[in-house]
Design a protein around this ligand. Structure first.
Ligand code: PBG
Length: 332
C-alpha cells in the first residue's frame, strides 16, 4: 500500500483531539492479547522473589492457583507454566521431565481443577531437568536431535494427560512438532493445541529467566547449535513453514522487541496465529529503568506491548500481563 498524500496535506488534523485520535487508531491492545508466564516451585504458601525480575516471584502450586484465579478475573485467557526444579532431581537423562507427578504436571492439574476458565500452556524442553542446562539430551558435548525429540514426546504426553490446553515446544530440535502431534493424535489428545516456538533466537535477553528456573549455573556452553543466529531472517520463515507443515496451530517469535521485523514477516507471509514472547531480559530492562526513575514504567510497558500488535502479533507472552491488564481495564 503506497498512499498518495498531497504535498502540504495537514496530517496533524487527525491528531488534534483525543476523540479524533481514537477514531483513527489502527491497532488496539486488549486483555485478550495477553499470555502470562509464571514460575512455579515446591512448597506451600511460598512466594520467592526473583532478583533479576523485580515484581516476579516463584510461586508454590497453591499460590499459582491463586495467580490463575487472578488472571481469569482480569480476563487474561492463558497462563503459561515454567518450573523451578529442585537441583536434586536434575539428571543427564532428564527423566523428571516426563514424570506425571512433576511440579508442572501437579500445577496443571491444580489450576485446571480450580480455574476451568483459563487455558494452561506449558513449556516443552528439557532444560529445567537437565544437569547441563540444555534443552536437549547431551552426549559427549553434542546435543542429540532425535533422542531429544523422543524425550520431548514423552514430556508432551504427560502434560496433555495432566490437562494442558496448549503445549509450547521451546527446544528448537528438528522434527519435534510432527512427532508431538502424531503422539497426541495416537493418545486421544486431538484437542490439545501446539504453539511452536518456531523462530527462537540465541539471546542474551534470556538471562533473568535462567535465574528464575535455576538453569543459569547449570548451563554448559551456549545454545548456538539449536537456537537461531540473530543475523537471520529468511531462516525464520523456513522454520515457521516447517512447523506449520508438521502440525503447529500457532507460532511464536522469541525474543520479542529486537525481532519485531520477524513478527511482521511471519504474519504477512503465513497469516497464521502469530505470537511474540517479550522475554525476561526485556521485562528486566523496562523494570530496571523504571525503578531508577529513568523512564515511566507503565507507559513504556504499554508502548512496548502495542509495538507487538502493530507488528502483526495476535498476542504476547509477557510478565507484565496482570499489570497491563489492570491498566487496560482502567482505560489507560
Ligand atoms: C528454555 C526457555 C527459555 C525461555 C523460555 N523457555 C530460555 C532458554 O532458551 O535458554 C526464555 C524465556 C524468557 O527469557 O523469559 N526452554
Amino acid at each position: 500500500m503506497h498512499p498518495i498524500v498531497p504535498s502540504g496535506h495537514r496530517l496533524r488534523r487527525l491528531r488534534r483531539s483525543a476523540p479524533l485520535r481514537v477514531l483513527v487508531q489502527e491497532n488496539t491492545l486488549t486483555v485478550a492479547d495477553l499470555i502470562w508466564p509464571i514460575f512455579v516451585r515446591e512448597g506451600v504458601n511460598l512466594r520467592e522473589p526473583i532478583a533479576s525480575m523485580p515484581g516476579v516471584d516463584r510461586l508454590s502450586v497453591d499460590l499459582a492457583v491463586k495467580a490463575a484465579e487472578e488472571a481469569a478475573g482480569l480476563g487474561i485467557p492463558v497462563i503459561c507454566l515454567f518450573p523451578y526444579t529442585d537441583p536434586a532431581v536434575k539428571t543427564l537423562t532428564c527423566e523428571e521431565a516426563w514424570n506425571p507427578e512433576n511440579l508442572t504436571n501437579r500445577a496443571i492439574r491444580a489450576i485446571k481443577a480450580a480455574v476451568p476458565d483459563i487455558a494452561v500452556m506449558t513449556d516443552v524442553a528439557l532444560d529445567p531437568y537437565n544437569v547441563l542446562g540444555h534443552d536437549g539430551l547431551v552426549v559427549d558435548g553434542v546435543i542429540l536431535n532425535d533422542e531429544s525429540v523422543e524425550a520431548l514426546v514423552k514430556m508432551a504426553l504427560v502434560q496433555a494427560e495432566a490437562g494442558a490446553d496448549i503445549l509450547g515446544p521451546s527446544d528448537m530440535m528438528d522434527g519435534r512438532i510432527g512427532a508431538i502431534r502424531n503422539a497426541l493424535e495416537g493418545a486421544g489428545h486431538q484437542g490439545v493445541a501446539i504453539m511452536s516456538y518456531a523462530a527462537k533466537y540465541v539471546s542474551a535477553f534470556y538471562g533473568p529467566f535462567r535465574d528464575a528456573v535455576g538453569a543459569s549455573g547449570a548451563l554448559k556452553g551456549d545454545k548456538k547449535t539449536y537456537q537461531m543466529n540473530c543475523a537471520n531472517s529468511d531462516e525464520a520463515l523456513r522454520l515457521v513453514a516447517r512447523d506449520l507443515a508438521e502440525g503447529a496451530d500457532m507460532v511464536m517469535v522469541k525474543p520479542g522487541m529486537p525481532y519485531l521485523d520477524i513478527c511482521r514477516r511471519v504474519k504477512d507471509t503465513y497469516g497464521v496465529p502469530t505470537f511474540a514472547y517479550q522475554v525476561s531480559g526485556e521485562y528486566a530492562m523496562i523494570k530496571a529503568a523504571a525503578l531508577n526513575g529513568w523512564i515511566d514504567g507503565e507507559k513504556a510497558m504499554l508502548e512496548s506491548l502495542m509495538g507487538f500488535k502493530r507488528s502483526g502479533c495476535d498476542g504476547i507472552l509477557t510478565y507484565f500481563a496482570p499489570a497491563a491488564a489492570r491498566l487496560i481495564r482502567a482505560g489507560l
